[in-house]
Ligand binder design. Structure first.
Ligand SMILES: [Fe+2]
Length: 242
């Protein structure tokens, strides 16, 4: 499984360039829809998270993996005007009301777009500890920062195969740790996401290979607690999106 993931990741990167070289323009397939969803900017350089994630992984993960979710989502909503107009969080939250024939693609690609958009936002920092309102909530609901890290890391390690560990936040500022398989999101259960870690092998394989625990442990060193604090306040205010 590990080899397949890595091989797919590398071929995906190389294949794009090759296809454009060997395929005559006249034979090209119709262009994939380019909207309404778009790849968000990272907001920092690929090497900003080097303390935990190498620059090459950051670039491949963002440029190809995340883009594939965006492209897949745009293809899924093509010709579906109501879905195409929805904000991403509402689309993902309403997954079970979407046309059944589209639901699997919306779940995988919409969830993937939402999850990764959150993931880039909460990194690019220098780690350390939570402060302010989010610290108080962690102390109250998750046993303090050290206990929180232990519980979250255990959750991330418990994900079988590909998936995510998240912290959810309610309008009352209550926090909980949840895991999801594949690209599922707590948004699909009507919960808002404070933060989360991607434990798909594509997130860590180049540097860590099968050593997920090492990646999960290092990931804390690149979190941006100011950003997470802002997300917490937005969660309480009801303005937190994806
Ligand atoms: Fe990912």
């Amino acid at each position: 499984m590990a080899f397949i993931h890595r091989r797919g990741l590398m071929l995906g990167a190389a294949g794009l360039g090759l296809a454009s070289l060997v395929r005559p323009a006249s034979a090209q397939a119709p262009a994939a829809p380019t909207g309404p969803f778009t790849l968000p900017q990272l907001g920092y350089a690929f090497d900003k998270n080097e303390a935990a994630i190498d620059a090459r992984t950051m670039e491949l993960h963002w440029r190809f993996h995340h883009q594939a979710y965006v492209t897949g989502l745009n293809a899924a909503v093509a010709g579906q005007d109501a879905l195409a107009r929805m904000p991403l969080d509402e689309l993902v939250m309403g997954i079970n009301q979407a046309p059944e024939a589209l639901r699997t693609r919306l779940r995988n690609f919409g969830g993937g777009h939402a999850n990764h958009s959150m993931f880039w936002e909460i990194m690019g920092g220098a780690g350390g500890e939570a402060a302010g309102n989010v610290k108080a909530a962690i102390d109250r609901d998750l046993g303090g920062f050290g206990e929180f890290k232990n519980r979250f890391n255990a959750a991330a390690m418990s994900v079988f195969g590909s998936g995510w560990a998240f912290v959810t936040v309610t309008r009352e500022g209550r926090l909980a740790i949840v895991t999801k398989p594949n690209q599922d999101s707590p948004l699909m259960d009507g919960q808002r996401v404070l933060m989360g870690n991607d434990v798909w092998e594509h997130a860590y394989y180049l540097r860590y290979q099968n050593r997920r625990a090492e990646y999960v442990g290092k990931w804390w060193d690149v979190l941006d607690w100011a950003k997470i604090g802002t997300r917490f306040d937005a969660g309480v205010a009801g303005t937190l999106k994806v």
